[in-house]
Design a protein around this ligand. Structure first.
Ligand SMILES: Cc1ncc(COP(=O)(O)O)c(C=O)c1O
Length: 490
């Protein structure tokens, strides 16, 4: 096996080059179906479809890999420092489901960071697991939640030594990163498993300026969205396993159940190619992106205007480092919310990853270079002018946002089940003291701020209203404008 090759991608190209006549699914027949259309965009689609095949003797089978997929997975494991790696075609979402379902039987207990992606909560629900939620640390400067402290995780392990696993998310959506080595040592001392949702850290450990990856820090299983910060197609992700503790057979069984029996070959091939670029070029693959972010940071500092970025050399009690490829940008005058800033950037053709009330999060790709940076700087200059020309309406943006856990019983297991309970719908403003009956998930980032069973506090109601007023979108809730909320009758 040659790590400078992409066995799956190359197998698909070889297959196409034999000019196959397909009497098999998919029905677009290598994209030829659209070639006659006088439509440029359809011709692009047709181009992508050339590699969109099915399980053939010349390709392989994700659920029983023996040839090019097996080789692609082995090379990925070598590249990322895992013992075994699985290609995922359902994003980190499918990896999170697989980790939880692979480790937990109904009634089993897991210790879980509470500010997790909804896929983790859905995993707990499907598994019928019990979860002990550990409160995250809150960064003082930004009010943003990160991972829980080591002490809080230990306290939970002390109370629940039967925990099958501890599941953490690292980094957070803003690139705030915790060094996980001491967490792995702690969790293993309690004979438990460390599962990490590293959806936003697929590039970790691959450049000297990036934080160490979770798998190399001692985690037992790690999920990464290869499509987020490396170059795979959307939905392309990886699940890495390390060591003997993790029940591999059980995980494989679950992956076969939750992933399609017709996984997308273009997605899998793009994961293979994302990996080979790392193996071919090493850290140099990321240099343009790293240099461009550094130049943007320096420019913002030198401009010394209304727009500010979270400094990457600042220490915080809530995290150890910041992802160098991510920038958190805000208007320090408080004239514009993060949502408004995002819109102003979009009007000038610059599309950010996400916004919250205060911040915009900008993600650099490994090859996002100078032209993109200059465009962004021009957009920022224009926003600076708008801020200067518009006397401050009022400072509407508070620096501290996340009001914390509404749970009256921290560290008490929450039972997750798909069983229905009676519910009622109340105006949000009248819901204080009720247990919420739906997940409240501002999107992005898709991380629930309330989950069923948590009690609505005055602070939380205020926080939800402010988010809604400022244009946040909500998933999980029936009323996406959050005028009303589902609660359990008292
Ligand atoms: C922390 C975290 N975990 C998991 C996911 C799901 O990843 P994917 O979109 O690859 O399914 C996301 C998506 O944004 C996320 O932010």
């Amino acid at each position: 096996m040659n790590r400078l090759q992409a066995p799956l991608f190359e197998a698909l190209v070889r297959h196409y080059e034999t000019e196959p006549v397909g009497f098999h699914v998919p029905g677009h027949g290598y994209g030829h179906i659209y070639e006659q259309e006088q439509n440029k965009a359809m011709n692009w689609l047709s181009g992508m479809m050339r590699l969109d095949v099915t399980e053939l003797s010349s390709t392989d089978d994700l659920h029983h890999p023996e040839a090019s997929i097996a080789a692609a997975q082995k090379l990925a494991a070598q590249c990322f420092g895992a013992d075994e790696t699985f290609l995922l075609v359902g994003g980190s979402t499918s990896g999170n489901l697989a980790m939880i379902l692979g480790v937990c039987e109904p009634g089993d207990l897991m210790i879980v960071q509470r500010n997790v992606h909804k896929s983790v909560l859905n995993g707990l629900k499907l598994a019928g697991a019990r979860a002990v939620f550990v409160t995250p640390r809150i960064d003082e400067e930004t009010g943003l939640p990160t991972t829980p402290s080591l002490e809080n995780v230990e306290q939970a392990l002390e109370l629940y030594p039967e925990a099958k696993a501890v599941m953490l998310t690292n980094p957070n959506y803003y690139g705030m990163t915790t060094n996980l080595t001491s967490y792995a040592e702690l969790v293993h001392r309690y004979n438990s498993l460390l599962l990490i949702d590293e959806a936003h850290g697929a590039h970790y450990g691959l450049h000297p300026s990036f934080p160490e990856s979770a798998i190399k820090s001692g985690a037992d299983a790690v999920v990464q969205s290869t499509h987020k910060t490396l170059s795979a197609l959307t939905m392309g992700a990886m699940l890495h396993l390390k060591g003997e503790r993790i029940p591999r057979a059980s995980l494989k069984e679950v992956l076969a159940a939750i992933q399609s029996s017709s996984p997308s070959f273009p997605i899998m091939a793009s994961i293979d190619v994302a990996r080979v670029m790392v193996d071919r070029y090493g850290a140099a693959w990321f240099e343009p992106g790293v240099a461009s972010v550094q130049a943007f940071r320096a420019w913002i500092e030198q401009e010394d205007g209304a727009l500010k970025v979270l400094p990457d050399d600042q220490s915080s009690a809530a995290y150890d480092s910041l992802d160098p490829l991510r920038v958190v940008l805000w208007d320090r005058t408080g004239t514009f919310t993060g949502f408004e800033l995002q819109k102003l950037l979009e009007e000038q053709g610059c599309w950010a990853e996400m916004a919250d009330i205060k911040n915009v999060v900008l993600v650099w790709g490994s090859r996002t270079g100078e032209a993109a940076r200059l465009r962004l700087q021009a957009a920022c200059k224009q926003i600076e002018r708008i801020i200067r020309d518009n006397p401050l309406k009022s400072v509407r943006v508070s620096t501290s946002s996340y009001p914390g856990n509404g749970s009256p019983n921290p560290l008490k297991p929450v039972e997750w089940s798909r069983k229905k309970r009676e519910q009622q719908r109340l105006p949000l403003v009248e819901s204080e003291g009720y247990e919420v009956a739906e997940m409240i998930i501002p999107y992005p980032p898709g991380i629930p701020i309330l989950y069923p069973g948590e009690v609505l506090t005055k602070e939380m109601i205020g926080y939800i209203s402010t988010l809604a007023e400022n244009g946040a979108k909500f998933q999980g809730a029936v009323d996406s404008m959050m005028q009303t909320i589902a609660v359990y009758p008292r």
